[in-house]
Design a binder for this molecule. Sequence first.
Ligand SMILES: *Cc1c(COP(=O)(O)O)cnc(C)c1O
Length: 435
Amino acid sequence: MKLMTKSKFDTLKIHAGYDPKDHHFASSVPVYQTAAFGLENTATADKIVTGKLAGRYDYSRDGNPTVRVFEERIAALDGGVDAVAVGSGMAAISYTILNVAENGGRIIAPRNIYGSSLDEFRTFFPKFGINFDFVDDINDFKTVKHLIGEDTKAIYVESVANPSTEIADLEKLAEIAHAACIPLIVDNTFPTPYLLRPFEHGADIIVYSSTKGINGHGNVISGLIVDHGTFNWDNPKFPQFSELEFTLGDEDLHKQESFVSKFGQQAFIKRIRMKYLRLLGAVLEPVDAYLILLGLETISERLDREVASATKIAEFLSTNEHVKKVFYSGIEKDNLLVKKYFPKGVGGILSFELAGNIKNVATLIDNVHVFSYLPNIGDSRSLIVNPTRTTHREVPKKVRESQGLNDQVLRLSIGLENVDDLIEDLDQAIEKAFE
Ligand SMILES: *Cc1c(COP(=O)(O)O)cnc(C)c1O
């Protein structure tokens, strides 16, 4: 289907990246469950493997038509030039960090990020010469500016932090990053492109765990990298983009190329695909891309409902005598960042601090019936978890507690059940916890 140039989000989420006439007029995107694709004849093979024949594939580690629809659909929803899908959110984050800083350097990031991201940044990437300058508050612009040095390669943030739901002021951070000729990388997993489109606020690269709200059904692990296509990678700070690459040139014509000379504004995503996806190999399976495409069709309807229910639940918890604190920026009436960035709501995830001690927390968790106790978010089922014992175990206690994340904090991811049933479930479990 040829999309009208100004198609809106809800049209793109159903149609972008897919033309039925190229696929036997199948209305649902077919699953190309194949490792390889025929090269037809030697002349055609030459064109396919050198990327000169658009729409043809050779091997599913380099690209697959089902996965490609998913990539193009997300690029359209986010307003990016291109996207690449990978096997998990962590693969998306790892490949992105390596692609900007593979020859070493420093990256600025807040401490209150996803547990595995923090663990990777703190303890693993330094072994590869990539070091992180962590800040307690990413909206402390003076400190962020002060940390930028010769060797700084990027600013990395989560648009909405996990689990505190604090909001990063993307426009200010983009301004600071661009003044230093470095990109702003945004993990936009919590809001998804439905609630926030970071490119409209200056972000250069977006990463996602599409395991979460993009798919919304808790049945696939997957990730995405999306490129705005506006950052200039032709910069001595990032020599990997302008060095000549054997695989990009043409040996017969004695022609040499770099990612910048060959792909221009698509250099970043092409390099992820050709270096990291092709060589490190965390590909997304076609059948998994198909499942996510199904989930994506209802993203707006799901998130509207989840935001409405999360708001009611946050209000219920704020009035409960056994709840000390609710973490949900969505109900903070005078939060200017909510007004500026999240007119449709900040999402379906919230946390709260229970009074009492860890025994009360355990009794509460052991007595919920509708909520599922498991480490995930953005599912159609409502979920509950105790982060310090599960998702944020990798975060040192001192760091956790400086952010108000103690053993009494419970994180909720609100699904699509009836909200009164969810409130009743929490109410009776809290009551049992304090019997
Ligand atoms: C879950 C999550 C990740 C990691 O994604 P996986 O798909 O589990 O690898 C990264 N960032 C955030 C914010 C997440 O919630």
